[in-house]
Design a protein around this ligand. Sequence first.
Ligand code: AKB
Length: 320
Amino acid sequence: MNKILVTGASGQIGSELIPVLREKHGSDNVIASVHESHLLDEVDLTGPSVELDVTDKKQVEDIIESTQPDTIFHLASVLSALAEQDRQLAYKVNFEALYTILENSVKYGVDKVIIPSSIGAFGLDTPAVAPNDTLQRPNTIYGISKVLGELLGNYYYSMTGLDVRGVRLPGVLSWKVEPTAGTTDYAVAIFYGALISGKYVCYLRDDTKLPMMYMPDAVNSLILLSEADGSKLQHRADFNVAAISFTPAELATAITKRLPHFEMEYAIDPMRQAIADSWPDELIDDVAKTEWGWNHKYGLDEIVDDMIEKLSIKLQDKIG
Ligand code: AKB
């Protein structure tokens, strides 16, 4: 029976990954760890939960030693926009804590560590339509940390046998926990604006095309990769996964088709615009398809329909 530890369990991805893992492996076998106890509200409480500050080396060691997981989903990470505003925090969480997790995984015999990478691992030298293996050279602290995660993951696998795997996730749309520290967050916030006030002021230019994905596909990519036959993998911690790409203007048009009164305005945030401009427009995910059978399910129409349906229920008290 698998014993799984998830860090960053109350975040956008963790809060949706945990119920799926608990359904598959049994609630008691999936330990949710969150930074502060009040964030436990965001977590599926049907199984064990612990408070964990991943920057506290002793706490990380104690939890890995006491829970003896076979697999760790290391999701705790400072996202791109916050990382530029608080480099010190980004360094502690995305660089130092990553190392602590990997070293303790080796020390306590963890089999597998899953570390999401991101489109942020690419940079201005990457082709706009990014193949799996290409020039990366990101110019953000977040992107540098994601490349570090990929390279360290591949290094730990070859040097220690710790099986580190990871996908480069696009911007993820979801309705349960709203992301607030990233560059792609507009694609979620726009739905809150459209439903609550009929308006949204977008901080990216109307023609900023970025790779995006719906949460069920993102969760599925992490689980599928974690379960893939290791002997068939040529890559490890650095797989592109793709679904769709769109611009703010295209997303606004798709929303307006369903909510005709919706209006979008633009007030560009130079920092987030520069980050978005350094990322590719599209990812090519042929390597993930070949090596572990990845494919996405949700297209733009399905995403917009589902987001509006789910958020209309979640926000019913706020919708006039
Ligand atoms: C962010 O915008 O920082 C994240 C990401 C694409 O990694 N959503």
